[in-house]
Ligand binder design. Structure first.
Ligand SMILES: Nc1ncnc2c1ncn2[C@@H]1O[C@H](COP(=O)(O)OP(=O)(O)OP(=O)(O)O)[C@@H](O)[C@H]1O
Length: 884
């Protein structure tokens, strides 16, 4: 190859990387933002460093690459492939890329999740004596789970061995993707191929042209399971030479270590069979490991027999599913052409592209041993602020998971009956089976909820998920709680138990205190999501005195421990000065971090920052692009703002038809601001097209319904002074029937804790329902909720927008409030003239401003702050000056 070609090729990769960075397909980390750079290892492509990030102090690993064509070719491939499998707790996270100029060249490095215990080889070497069988099962299960995730994405690793698997805090972290070089290069590097040779599918050892497939990964897993059980590298006492290759081809395998549970050794022996179609698929390995874990706990031969029968039955099914999909991605396929390296290709594949193999397994396994994964949803519900991208499965997933628990439980009970397990009472067997099932599903649910949080789902949506989805299956709730009560030995279960109190699923007198205590316990144990919840408790004064400093402290801790949702809230703290000085730049920094980690709310906030030039250089085009992407993901707030962009020409050309289309979409997704705008700008009324007879019918229904609702409503209102509980009851009845007044008042009950346990999220939800029905008081109340984050996220852009649509209807108090937003540049660019106009209108009408409404302002501390905010600018002269 001539020198010229080499340079041209190099430029090709550099251009690819640079274009990806500019177009934000790859997150670029500023190299200068890293400190304490320490060398921790080196591989064929370059060195690996442990670094700290400034501000958050979070630890990352930087994997640097030599500046040469072959390496950069691999870098590009690895980036693409790693990105497609980036969201599993047992796969090392690839956060992005960083670059530093050395002489005349740019040196690139991957920014990776840091694993504190090195490779599996070193971890076992140093810690094996401390591991019991539970620890070993745990490692094995995590490894299998990571590979299951890859295989479900039709991706093969092809290069599994003890040096490519890292360990962090006793957890498996699969690493090294896309290193096609490995096998190719290893063929020319004898010592290297022989080092990893015992892990390689013998079919490949026998025939170099053999194409490694999923079953090749299964072979390697078999060897790794043995390694986990023994603590030794495979054939550690033998020379890794041609003789050993021959012996392996002739069926030589490692000796079973004394004391290995038979089910475990049977499993890895199945995996390392010579014939690929005699090896189990990954789903079976995962299920088998799970059942072994539970069986160890239960420790009865009766259940052993029972499971065995099920497995035998299962294996028949699995055998039929061994065909590989043509669409399978080969992670380490050296033949992958550079022409395939499109910029967006690494974006996740859609659910529809699941290959036939996993489809068959999904459906057939429903009635079999439960798989740990949350079933894929066929229908994706449209929820505001929910990204329905590939990794962001809808809430119906939980229902399906729970249904699967129950179905599975029924199946086991039936089987139990059919198999006449006479030696134990059926109650005993049922209980043990349930234990097994719930162990499996509690972990899945926890992972599912954390993932939802990290992706940007709000607390109230989590509450809906838990209460609507889990509570629908009451039986399961009781069992979960019983199981959790017995398993309060790990911080994740402590936190999860806390959720039941936090979201009032367990209604006890001191629920808030109990939730707080459980979160504290798990948070002190450095469990990051518990730290987020603890911070939230301090922020809301839930279960403890309200304390912004501690809220800030715990958000910060959660970020140090890798919480993505924590990054978003830390951004909030800096933006709104919660427990710390206001610092817009830092807030943008953390929104960016959360956004690059896939948090959709953070992306929305970042877009607002770009639009307003808050903490970052104003860039309306960028803001528009963000809104556009998020709007397409059915995020109603983004749809609204995209509508605004088209309507006012923000970052794009004015296009009122497009604007209307996006306002309509946002309205359909329940956005009341968009609804108001549609009415105002396009004069759209929901019942405008109804013919006369339909209208009469409509009014008749409305009249009857309103009568009864209003009856409840006034009854409740009368009682309010004397009997909170009764009035609460009547409000509730009317609210359930959709009475907007009752919903508003009930919201007040929850906000004040009148006749019911105080619950800000619930109150927010009720205000929202009432506001959606057009009740102006509720809409005004929502402004307040968005301003201070009562029962929802602080969102001053939204508060401003809502205030604007209400003020335009001529409500003087809200006009006044809107003036404040213009004065302070909250949620909008500062505009003294507009503020002045609004104040004049408002004072003309002589209407009290919002904070004087005692019914609405019930949190004295926050009310005080709010009033203080107003007091600051109460001098009318200053408005006049500002306006002139
Ligand atoms: N994310 C990480 N966290 C902690 N340590 C890491 C991380 N990635 C790599 N290392 C350490 O750096 C060493 C070198 O890693 P690297 O992936 O560059 O090379 P390798 O896998 O050993 O060899 P090769 O270059 O052939 O893939 C690893 O053995 C491991 O000890």
């Amino acid at each position: 190859m001539s020198k010229d070609t080499k340079i041209k090729d190099l430029n090709y990769y550099i251009d690819w990387l640079e274009k990806s960075i500019t177009e934000e397909h790859i997150e670029l980390y500023e190299y200068s933002d890293f400190k304490n750079i320490q060398l921790i290892g080196s591989g064929a492509y370059g060195n690996v460093y442990r670094v700290n990030r400034k501000y958050s102090n979070r630890i990352f690993a930087l994997k640097s690459f030599n500046y040469e064509k072959q390496t950069l070719n691999e870098v590009v491939k690895e980036l693409k492939l790693h990105r497609s499998v980036n969201y599993h707790e047992n796969i090392i996270r690839l956060y992005g890329i960083t670059r530093v100029e050395i002489g005349t060249i740019q040196k690139y490095s991957f920014v990776l999740e840091y694993a504190d215990s090195g490779t599996l080889n070193t971890y076992l070497n140093e810690n094996f004596n401390k591991l019991d069988w539970n620890d070993k099962y745990y490692l094995a299960s995590q490894l299998a789970s990571a590979i299951e995730f890859l295989h479900e994405k039709d991706t093969i690793h092809r290069d599994l061995h003890g040096n490519n698997i890292l360990v962090h805090q006793k957890n498996i972290k699969l690493a090294d993707f896309g290193l096609s070089k490995k096998i190719a290069e290893a063929s020319s590097n004898t010592s290297k191929i022989l080092g990893i040779m015992p892990y390689i599918d013998p079919k490949k050892l026998e025939n170099q042209n053999y194409k490694l497939d999923k079953k090749s990964d299964v072979y390697s897993i078999g060897v790794l399971l043995w390694q986990i059980s023994s603590g030794y590298k495979p054939f550690y006492e033998l020379d890794h030479d041609a003789g050993l290759v021959l012996a392996i081809l002739n069926g030589k395998r490692e000796e079973i270590i004394n004391g290995t549970p038979i089910k475990y050794s049977n499993l890895y022996r199945e995996c390392w069979k010579y014939e690929p179609n005699e090896r189990p698929n990954i789903q079976k390995i995962v299920s088998a490991l799970r059942s072994i874990t539970s069986l160890e706990e239960i420790n009865t031969t009766m259940i052993n027999n029972f499971i065995e029968k099920k497995e035998n039955h299962l294996s028949e099914i699995y055998e039929t599913n061994s065909e590989l999909s043509k669409e399978t991605i080969d992670l380490n396929n050296e033949l992958m052409s550079n022409n395939e390296l499109s910029l967006v290709e690494y974006n996740t594949k859609s659910n529809e592209s699941v290959n036939s193999e996993s489809k068959i397994n999904d459906s057939e396994e429903t009635d079999q041993l439960i798989s740990h994964k949350i079933p894929k949803s066929s229908k994706v519900r449209q929820e505001s602020l929910i990204d329905n991208s590939d990794y962001y499965s809808s809430s119906t997933d939980v229902t399906e998971a729970i249904k699967a628990v129950i179905n599975n439980n029924n199946t086991i009970q039936n089987q139990n009956y059919e198999n006449s397990l006479l030696s134990a009472s059926s109650d005993q067997v049922t209980r043990m089976s349930i234990d097994l099932i719930e162990f499996i599903n509690v972990d899945s649910l926890i992972a599912f909820l954390i993932e939802k949080h990290d992706r940007g789902i709000t607390f109230e949506q989590i509450q809906q998920l838990i209460s609507k989805q889990i509570l629908q299956t009451n039986q399961a709730t009781d069992r979960f709680i019983n199981w959790l009560l017995k398993n309060q030995n790990q911080s994740k279960y402590i936190w999860f138990f806390g959720l039941f109190y936090y979201y009032n699923i367990l209604l006890e007198k001191n629920s808030s205190i109990k939730a707080f205590e459980l979160f504290s316990k798990a948070a002190n144990d450095n469990y990051s999501i518990a730290q987020v919840y603890l911070a939230k408790c301090y922020y809301d004064g839930y279960g403890a005195e309200n304390n912004y400093y501690l809220a800030f402290y715990w958000y910060q801790k959660s970020v140090e421990n890798g919480s993505i949702i924590g990054q978003f809230y830390l951004g909030n703290c800096y933006e709104f000065g919660i427990g710390t000085e206001e610092n817009e730049k830092k807030s943008v920094y953390f929104y960016k971090e959360a956004a690059r980690n896939g948090n959709v709310i953070a992306r929305l906030y970042l877009a607002n920052c770009y639009r307003l030039g808050k903490g970052i250089e104003k860039n309306e085009i960028k803001a528009f692009k963000y809104y556009e992407t998020l709007a397409k993901q059915e995020i109603s707030d983004a749809q609204l703002r995209l509508g605004d962009c088209y309507y006012y020409g923000i970052g794009t050309k004015i296009d009122k038809i497009q604007a209307k289309c996006w306002y309509e979409k946002a309205t359909n997704n329940g956005n009341i601001i968009a609804k108001n705008i549609l009415k105002r700008n396009y004069n759209i009324k929901s019942y405008a097209e109804m013919d006369k007879s339909k209208k009469i019918k409509f009014y008749k229904i409305l009249f009857n319904k309103s009568l009864s609702q209003l009856g409840f409503y006034y009854f409740g209102k009368l009682l309010l002074k004397t009997n909170y509980e009764k009035s609460f009851y009547y409000f509730q009845k009317a609210a359930e029937n959709g009475c907007k007044f009752a919903q508003f008042n009930l919201g007040g009950c929850y906000q004040l804790g009148d006749g019911v346990m105080k619950d800000l999220r619930k109150s927010f939800e009720l205000y929202k329902n009432s506001a959606e029905r057009g009740y102006i008081n509720a809409q005004s109340q929502l402004i307040y909720c968005y301003t201070f984050g009562y029962g929802t996220e602080i969102d001053r852009v939204k508060a401003f927008e809502l205030a604007k649509t209400i003020a335009e209807k001529g409500y003087g108090d809200v006009q006044y409030l809107l003036g404040q937003y213009y004065i302070h540049g909250e949620g909008v660019n500062k505009d003294g003239k507009k503020a002045f106009e609004l104040f004049r209108k408002s004072f003309k009408k002589n209407i009290k401003y919002l904070s004087s409404n005692k019914k609405i302002m019930i949190n004295e501390k926050k009310d005080f702050e709010y009033s203080k905010l107003f007091a600051k600018i109460i001098n009318i002269n200053s408005y006049i000056n500002l306006g002139s």
